[in-house]
Design a protein around this ligand. Sequence first.
Ligand code: NZQ
Ligand code: ZN
Length: 388
Amino acid sequence: MRDFVYESPTRIVFGRGKELQTGQEIAARGASKVLLHYGSGSIKAIGLYDRVVKSLKESGIPFVELGGAVPNPRLSLVHEAIDLCRREKVDFILAVGGGSVIDSAKAVAVGVPYDGDVWDFFDKGVVPKEALPVGAILTLSATGSETSPASVITKEEGWLKHALHSDLIRPAFAILNPELTTTLPPYQTAAGGVDIMAHLMERYFTNTTAVDLTNRLIEGTLQTVIKFLPIALKEPDNYDARAEIMWASTIAHNGILDTGRVGDWASHRIEHEIGAIYDVAHGAGLAVVFPAWMKFVYRHDIPRFVRFFHRVWGLEPDFWNPEATVLKGISVMEDYFRSLGMPVTLEELGVPDDRLEEMAEKTNWNGPVGQFVPITSDKALEILKLCK
Ligand code: NZQ
Ligand code: ZN
């Protein structure tokens, strides 16, 4: 196990109706004016907007608002929001939505106090020194952005999708009400679930040894997600299933499962390039890329893959032919993704195969990706070809 420092400063407020505490949470942090940031309207359709506004008004918190954060959120809206915050002297950003809204809010938070272009943090390795505080009300269990130190933004010019990592952008609080996810279209529930699984698997496939505790925590969290996703799809109003999945989304990506180990993340980097160009749902892209990545790298550590498919997916290991166990496991996982209504090929994802080289090149804009097996752009191309 490696040495580590672990700190997860986000206050979690979990349960039914907790969005009604939003005003209190913000007031406790001494904010004087809030930017209420959201997406394309689902929060109004589900009545959440009205409840949040009521809570802000009851706590006497002035706010301005900006909707329009789209899936694979765009830099141009971040710029617009930064201008608005400066004009209106906003000192707290409230994100109400899924990962895209929260990521957009985090980018705004580092952009407001910065003299240069906020894209510098995503593209040039400039390290942010300050940020406005962010609060999140989560409506989609998926990315873990509600507690993560990451923001992923797409620059329209050149369709570049890059991430910023900084502890400064971990939200101050996250309101997690599983009821808010009952209105999700099945495709988004499933894509969100695959994203949670991918965050767990990115961490599981590591070269770090002697990490039994985190191995088992990851295996257990995966089993919970695998069990409850089909239930949530069959019974969208099942609170307990939604609650298990929502808490798993946070646990999977708040850093606790990184402690003492180094994760991989090549599949994410490859998927981000698909999302940047074709605007696919992130989790759906991962359902295609992750099995292909596994097919490409499993020989690097066959025992780890056998253990994974045995402990998480219940496969009996074939001791005479461990490779066969791995290949069987990958196909069981693909069948599971299909059963959720997820694609497992680029064609099923609606992505043509004429820009694979470009996507593979872009994965390496900052050097090879992946810690378990370093993936250069030629290897990324092989993986993308395995997605067919
Ligand atoms: O735009 P609105 O109206 O909000 O509708 C959204 C959107 O169309 C809708 N939706 C959300 N909650 C709903 C709802 N519809 C009905 N009822 C609800 N309760 O769902 C659609 C997708 O939302 P989005 O926020 O895009 O999805 P997700 O949460 O999967 O976020 C994906 C983005 O997060 C990034 C991804 O790359 C992608 O850009 N990620 C961020 C991470 C992080 N910051 O730590 C880590 C992840 O690995 C990921 O890369
Ligand atoms: Zn993800």
